[in-house]
Every structure is written in C-alpha cells, then in structure tokens.
Write a protein that binds this ligand. Structure first.
Ligand code: ADP
Ligand code: MG
Length: 141
C-alpha cells in the first residue's frame, strides 16, 4: 500500500508573527508524522509555478508577492487520511470562516495571509511534494 502523504507549508506571515513553532506543535499533537522539512524563500518564478492553477485569478499577483515576501517552511506529513486531516486542522481558506481552534482561525489574519498551505488531493500532493523535495531528502518518494 502506498503511504499517503501531503505537503504542508507554513507561510511567510506565520514565520513573521512567530507562530511557526505553534503550528508545528499542532501538527505533532495531531498525531500526523513530519517526514521531511525545509526552510527557504521562494523565488517569484517558483511561486508562480507552484500556484499555476490560480493564474489569471484576481488574487494571483498578490499571492505571489506574499509567498515571496519571506521564508516558508515546507513539510511532508504522513498518517491516516493525511490530506483531509491536514486540511481540517488548517481550517477554511478564509480565517473568518474557519472553525474555532483551527490554525487559520488562530494564526491567519485574512483570506490571503492565512498562515498555511495544504495539498487538496492525492495527485496534487504528489506533485507538490516533488516540487520541494528530492528523492534523497524523502526516501521511497
Ligand atoms: P487553499 O489554500 O485553502 O487551498 P486556494 O487554493 O483557493 O485555497 O488559494 C490558494 C491561496 O491563495 C490561499 O491559501 C490564499 O493565500 C490565497 N487566496 C485564495 N483566495 C483568495 C482571495 N479571494 N483573496 C486573496 N487571496 C486569496
Ligand atoms: Mg489550494
């Protein structure tokens, strides 16, 4: 059986506000496993490719400015039902609509500055993990 993984990103706003450690604690307390982690600052080109699906949308250019505004932490998470569980822990895209206790409710400040990213389906998870992690950083990838 293929192990189910997802890509999580702690976005630049959460690093700036000093909430990255708290978000890592939420992940550890959830029982999900952190399999790999990298901290980096995205180039505009990388951010454009990563968010290519949103190209042409009204928020696209500002999303790229945000995502290149400081370092991110990318994580590979695994566990049971990982993709859905991580999205549930994050909460809705818009922190105002996110459930109480979710990461975006706690640490997000707007629909753009929403503290974290999570893959939305198995195929995108696979692509997004490969975007940031090489096989040697993540055995059995
Ligand atoms: P999610 O991150 O929940 O999967 P989307 O894939 O729809 O949400 O959007 C990607 C990211 O683009 C969001 O996490 C957020 O940072 C930003 N974004 C989405 N919608 C808007 C919007 N209406 N205005 C500004 N930024 C947005
Ligand atoms: Mg998305």
């Amino acid at each position: 059986m293929q192990s189910i993984r997802t890509l999580a990103i702690i976005k630049p706003d959460a690093l700036r506000s000093g909430d990255a450690g708290k978000i890592l604690t939420v992940i550890e307390d959830s029982g999900l496993t952190i399999e790999a982690a990298r901290m980096f600052r995205l180039t505009r080109e990388q951010a454009g490719e990563f968010y290519g699906v949103h190209k042409g949308k009204p928020f696209y250019e500002e999303l790229l400015s945000f995502m290149t505004s400081g370092p991110c932490i990318a994580l590979v998470l695994s566990g049971e039902n990982t993709i859905a569980r991580w999205r549930e822990l994050m909460g809705a895209t818009d922190p105002e609509k996110a459930a109480e206790g979710t990461i975006r409710k706690l640490y997000g400040t707007s629909v753009r500055f929403n503290a974290c990213h999570g893959s939305d389906a198995p195929e995108t998870a696979r692509q997004e993990i490969a975007f940031f992690f090489s096989g040697s950083e993540l055995p059995e990838n």
